[in-house]
Structures are given as structure tokens and as C-alpha cells.
Design a protein around this ligand. Structure first.
Ligand code: SF4
Length: 364
């Protein structure tokens, strides 16, 4: 983390997490009355995304810590829950939706951890199988450099029996996790892509080799694992490149340790196109054959997606016929034509994933 500007909400100045972060960053900071004071700084900034990746605001989450993942009715959704502990990312992927999602886009870390713990205690009391992740509005593990947040979560989840925490990352910041007693309540997951996509579209992320090496270490420590091929990007020769990564994955990781693999083709809100063109002038990813979906996002034409998914699924099935594979935000036709079934045949996608979680993690 290279933080050049640190702002602290006056309400959280004396919070324990604030002190830890100030010690670790060892930099000067400015105390502000509220978020508006920080947002105002971005008003005339020409490159807000660049500035936002170096600007950190420590504040409270004044809303809900636990939220439903914002799916849509039109595509099959997995009923995932989000643990909203921080915002934005220090890595820099061209396709990252967060560039256009937050106004302004800046790093925010919520330090009112007592409130967060209360929300989790309430969730645990419901004794209902829940899949909850921290990697939707940020990367789950970038924050480990300044605060051992995952460590706190893994320990907390280890002491209950119904909820699964998923830590999703493109980093290799797993050192804090290795010595923890996790009781198989935490799934550590990595987003994977081809070497070409990582090189051209994912700045500052760990290499695929490094991600898999980290995954192997977590595997050795008994963590259940997951992998996300999302976004899958179509380009000449991509099939062979994805085949190579899938082979590399299974050369390192045993299929029985994988809770799920998700597949999602590249999709974007139209507003992201100009940001990608401006910030990643070498990137070609927005110039494919796209059509606007019912949710307003641009997606590859359906026949293209189906064809592509079929190939990816066949590469996975060749090596790991029983691993749970699912699609993020696709409809029944795509499921049927690529996997040969629709989630409803298995009680729905949430049920499918819950069952896989029960098989691989110590939850019931
Ligand atoms: S790692 Fe994830 S959150 Fe971070 S920039 Fe890339 S897509 Fe966005």
C-alpha cells in the first residue's frame, strides 16, 4: 500500500484499529469532520482513480456491515452475502467495476469493528448456512499490510458452525492466515486469468504463479479453496491460454480441496468503457462483440459466451469431473447448453453452493 494522503474521521480518532493503522503507515494525517470534507478534495481532480488508490479515509461504516450481494432477477444469482468492511483497491485492473461504482473512488477502511462483530454475532445466532465474502467492494487481503483484519475474521468464524467466510484476492498476502486455527470455516479464493490478461489488464496484481503458490500454502494448512475465472476475456488464441491456466491450477491444487469454481464472462456498465479507454490505452477488451443485457451491462453475444464456456467447462471436467462449477450471472439457457442442467434441477444455485460448502467445510 502506497498511501500519500491519510484522512481520519474525527469520530474514529481513538479507535484501536485507527491506532494500529497509523502506527503501520507511519505517515502524517488530517482529521476531518465527515466524509464530505474528503470527497470535496476530489472535486477538481483530473485523475480521481489514480488519486483514490493512494488516498485512505479511516471512518465508520454507518450503514449495514452485512448486505445481500446485488444480483438481478434476470440472471441466476447465488444468494451471496457481503461483509462490507472497506472500499476500493490498491491494485489496478482495467475491467474493475469499482472505478465507476464509487463517487469519488477512494480507499476507505471502516474501523468500527465492535459494530461489525455485533452484526456477525447476530448472523451466527440465526444458525443458517450462509456464504459471506469480503471481496466484492475491495480485495479481501490488500488490507493485511496495514491491519490484520482477515486474521480477526478467520478466528471469529472458526468459533461458529453455520457461516462460511470467503476471502477473495489477487494478492499473496496470506502470511497472517497460515498459523490460524480456521476450523475449515474460511474459504480462501483467487481470481485467475490467462498470463496475457494478467499482464495487460491487471496492474499491480500477483502473478498467476505466485497466486497458485499462495494457494498451495493455504491448501497445506487445510483451508478449503475456491477459484474464480472472472472475467473470462475472449481474444484470438484465448482457449489455449485458458486451458494452460486450468492445467496449471490442477497441477498444484487437488480437486477435492476446491469448494467451487466460478465462471463469468467479461461484462461492464457502459460508463466503464470511457474509463478503460482513458486509463488503459493499450487495452482492447471493450472492442469485442457486445450486446446490452437486461441489467444494462454489456456482454459478449450469447452464442459466443456459450461456445466459450463449453470449452472452459470441458477443460475443467477433463481433469476434475466432480468439482462444483457455477456461473456468475447467467441464465438457464447458458447453464443448460454448457453444463447440461439448470440450477433448479438441484434446488437452485444457492442450494448447490451450500451443499458444496457443507461437503468441504465444517458447517451444517
Ligand atoms: S483486484 Fe479486484 S478490486 Fe482490485 S482493481 Fe482488480 S478487479 Fe478491482
Amino acid at each position: 500500500m502506497k498511501i500519500t494522503d491519510l484522512y481520519i474521521d474525527k469520530e474514529v480518532l481513538d479507535y484501536p484499529a485507527t491506532n494500529v493503522i497509523c502506527d503501520r503507515l507511519n505517515t502524517s494525517f488530517q482529521v476531518v469532520n465527515n466524509a464530505e470534507d474528503v470527497y470535496g478534495i476530489f472535486a477538481n481532480v483530473k485523475t480521481p482513480v489514480e488519486k483514490g488508490k493512494k488516498t485512505l479515509f479511516l471512518t465508520k461504516n454507518k450503514g449495514k456491515f452485512i448486505r445481500q450481494c446485488p444480483g438481478t432477477d434476470y440472471y441466476t444469482c447465488c444468494n451471496y452475502m457481503i461483509l462490507h468492511f472497506g472500499i476500493f483497491c490498491t491494485m489496478d485492473c482495467s475491467y474493475c467495476i469499482l472505478q465507476s461504482y464509487f463517487h469519488p473512488p477512494l480507499l476507505q477502511f471502516f474501523v468500527n469493528h465492535k459494530d461489525l462483530e455485533k452484526s456477525l454475532d447476530h448472523l451466527f445466532l440465526q444458525k443458517k448456512l450462509t456464504r459471506i465474502g469480503t471481496g466484492e467492494y475491495t480485495d479481501s487481503l490488500i488490507w493485511e499490510e496495514i491491519y490484520p483484519f482477515a486474521e480477526m475474521l478467520v478466528s471469529k468464524f472458526s468459533r461458529q458452525s453455520h457461516a462460511i467466510l470467503e476471502l477473495k484476492t489477487k494478492t499473496v498476502n496470506i502470511e497472517n492466515l497460515l498459523s490460524l486455527r480456521h476450523n475449515r470455516k474460511t474459504v480462501v479464493s483467487w481470481s485467475l486469468n490467462t498470463e496475457r490478461v494478467v499482464k495487460s489488464e491487471e496492474r499491480q496484481t500477483a502473478s498467476i504463479k505466485a497466486r497458485l503458490t499462495a494457494a498451495v500454502k493455504c491448501q497445506e494448512m487445510g483451508y478449503p479453496l475456491a477459484f474464480h475465472f472472472d472475467p473470462l476475456i475472449i481474444y484470438p488464441g484465448c482457449e489455449e491460454d485458458y486451458k494452460k491456466i486450468i492445467k496449471q491450477l490442477f497441477a498444484n491444487i487437488l480437486p477435492e480441496n476446491i469448494v467451487w469454481i466460478s465462471l463469468g464472462s467479461f461484462r461492464f456498465m457502459p460508463a466503464l468503457k470511457s474509463i478503460i479507454e482513458q486509463r488503459f490505452d493499450q487495452s482492447k477488451i471493450v472492442y469485442g462483440e457486445f450486446i446490452k443485457g437486461i441489467d444494462g451491462k454489456m456482454r459478449y453475444f450469447k452464442p459466443l459466451r456459450i461456445n466459450f464456456y463449453r470449452q472452459i467447462v470441458s477443460y475443467i471436467r477433463e481433469i476434475a469431473p466432480n468439482v462444483t462449477v457455477y456461473f456468475c450471472m447467467e441464465d438457464d439457457e447458458v447453464w443448460l447448453k454448457t453444463l447440461g442442467f439448470t440450477p433448479s434441477e438441484y434446488g437452485g444455485l444457492p442450494m448447490m453452493l451450500d451443499k458444496s460448502a457443507s461437503r468441504h467445510c465444517d458447517v451444517f
